[in-house]
Design a protein around this ligand. Structure first.
Ligand code: C2E
Ligand code: CA
Ligand code: CA
Ligand code: CA
Length: 277
């Protein structure tokens, strides 16, 4: 026990010093990656629970690092947010997602919205709505095929975000609240912001069949959202049982490994092609 305690301690201090060097290195490499366009988007399908058809995709960024290989967003987005580089990365993600969606449409595939994750940092700048408007003009994407996912943040300025969201809504894009239920101000969001859709966080979906409290919470979120004219999508759906529960409670859409993980744009193209099974 003593020995393993000591090892833990050494491991801890090792990883601590590694991680501050690692962070600096990553930060430097990330700056370079923006110049060299090392980021790629994968897309996770979103399905209508009634008909089972693909009704949207969520764009999820990855960093295709020349030495380290494909780095998942969880390993660099927090650092990008801390350093402010998320703004440049986010600009690229937005433009690329819109460009790709327009390209699918021009290839004659069914038109579906693409969801793009926004960081709170992107709201802090004053020109988010005009940036989005410029991207839509440049790519030629109809605003109704763009959905912006926002999350709660305790540090945000409510009136500023509210103004920003109204400007975005006026452009004709959709607004979704991501990870709904995990923050401190979920209801505040619904009350004050023009929200089209909420995404039930996967922590509630996970135990939907084992935990009666989670089942009640999810059923209540769906009912409440519908009373407020807000669409509901459940994320992290991994089993048929979860899907059946959601369908029974009239959840509108679902996203999760049960039907598809995030995949490349080529794969989405195939999945959108009529006759795909
Ligand atoms: P998120 O927005 O909640 O995205 C959903 C995450 O859950 C994705 O992880 C997806 O692969 C994963 N997921 C989907 N279905 C399932 C499932 O059935 N089970 C489980 N266990 N997981 C599932 P990913 O791609 O690693 O992204 C992680 C997070 O990184 C995202 O969480 C989002 O917060 C952030 N992120 C990704 N792309 C961007 C981006 O372009 N901008 C910003 N600001 N954040 C991003
Ligand atoms: Ca999301
Ligand atoms: Ca989410
Ligand atoms: Ca989440």
């Amino acid at each position: 026990v003593k020995e393993s305690g000591k090892n833990d301690c050494m491991l801890y201090s090792d990883s601590w010093s590694n991680s501050s060097l690692e962070r600096l290195t990553l930060q430097h490499e990330m700056y370079r990656a923006i110049q060299r366009c090392e980021f790629v988007l994968h897309y996770q399908p979103q399905y209508d629970l009634g008909s089972g058809t693909m009704v949207g995709v969520e764009a999820l960024v990855r960093w295709n690092h020349p030495q380290r290989g494909m780095i998942p967003p969880g390993s660099f987005i927090p650092l990008a947010e801390e350093s402010g580089m998320i703004v440049q990365i986010g600009d690229w993600v937005l433009e690329e997602a819109c460009r790709q969606n327009k390209a699918w449409q021009e290839a004659g595939l069914p038109s579906i919205p693409v969801s793009v994750n926004l960081s709170i940092r992107q709201f802090v700048q004053n020109d988010l709505a005009s940036k989005v408007s410029d991207v839509l003009t440049r790519t030629g994407l109809d605003p109704k095929y763009l959905d912006l996912e926002i999350t709660e943040s305790m540090t945000m300025d409510v009136s500023h975000v509210s103004r920003c969201l109204l400007d975005l809504t006026e452009l004709g894009v959709n607004i979704s609240v991501d990870d709904f239920g995990t923050g401190y101000s979920s209801f505040h969001y619904l009350k004050n912001f023009p929200i089209d859709r909420l995404k039930i966080d996967r922590s509630f979906v996970r135990d939907i069949q084992q935990d009666p409290n989670d089942a009640e919470i999810v059923a209540a979120i769906i009912a409440m959202a519908h009373n407020l004219n807000i669409q509901v999508i459940a994320e992290g759906v991994e089993t048929e049982g979860q899907m059946e529960f959601l369908r029974k409670h009239k959840c509108d859409e679902m996203q999760g490994f049960f039907w598809s993980p995030p995949v490349s744009s080529d794969n989405i193209e195939q999945m959108l092609t009529p006759g795909y099974v």
